[in-house]
Design a protein around this ligand. Sequence first.
Ligand code: ATP
Ligand code: MG
Length: 388
Amino acid sequence: MLILVHYGEIALKGKNRRFFENKLTENIKRATGGRVRKLESRLVVEDGNPDHLKYVFGISWFAHAYRVEKNLGAIVDFILKKVGERVGESKSFGVFVKRADKQFPYTSPQIAEEIGAEVARKYGLKVRLKDPELPIYVEIAEDAFVYFEKIRGLGGLPVGANGKVLCLLSGGIDSAVASYLIMKRGCRVDFIHFHVFPQNQSVVDTKISDLVEVLNSYQFESKVFLVPYYPFQLALLNLDTDRKTRGYELVLFRRFMLRVSERIANRYGYQALVTGDSLGQVASQTLENIRAVSEVASLPVFRPLIAFDKQEIIDIARRIETYEISIRPYKDCCSIVAPHPKTRANLERLKALEEKLGIDEVVKKTLELVDVYPFEGSSLRELSRVLV
Ligand code: ATP
Ligand code: MG
């Protein structure tokens, strides 16, 4: 028994195709621990753990398949034997043939007809091509393969095929889903998290680790940059708050997070930042505020959820099993910074306030406090201080 993997979308990628195939091969090897061989437009996995394929992006579907001698008589005999084992109460069947090897002396319809006639005769089943109870799939490539079930893969593109990005992970529902979606487009995602603790180490035992563990299943290893937000908090305390300042704290904080993240991204070769913003979801995510925040970064900021409803985001979070972790209580900086943010921050005022905050100095101080935790398997390994 082996696993046959089909990969739809990456077959369409023109010149990139070879590169995507190699990346997918590498990822499958790593996920399953098996040997992977490339045949025409499909991969054959041997001696691997198929359970792990459900975490590999770039697979449109896969099947547990039998390799059969490439000869029509042998294929028919094999199928008759296997159908005998599987037929149970089934009343209908369908034969679906793909012939990649055009040297094979029979066409796909001829092969299907031959198999169909024998199965109908021996087991008295009726042919039904739409939704048969017993589908029979045959592929004639370098080898002949027979299988009875197609298992849907995650789709998307192989992680790592589209470069690496840095996701601002909050511990809430949205940014975990945003990370997943951007991974699905082939990006390797590392994480940066701003927290309220005096020490980075304190984050290790929080739900942030648990979220990264789930997301890490799709990419084998991740890095987590941990950043204390107290330098920003202290600077904010020193700012005389008057009516004009009030409500600006959260947008200032967002701009601060983006500045720090961008510095780290540039230092470590990330090509874009990712956030879980969704337009209009909360007061800080109005178009004006998103624009005011983006303004501080020159790297692209991806917001995969920008057009998603909360319910749609929650549905994905449940499916990928981050939801239950995300709703666990956690002291997030955003809730501390300001409960009632301005919905339309004025850019000139933001700049004036940052001047008063001494934002460049705050960013510099903060960067000195960043630690990076490599994440492999199921835990954050011991910290190592990053130099930014
Ligand atoms: P989430 O569910 O991801 O927390 P949210 O709807 O609560 O999203 P906000 O708290 O307004 O949204 O944050 C918007 C985005 O800013 C988040 O999706 C995340 O990308 C980023 N962000 C917020 N707080 C943090 C944090 N403490 N560390 C890193 N990024 C953060
Ligand atoms: Mg949040």
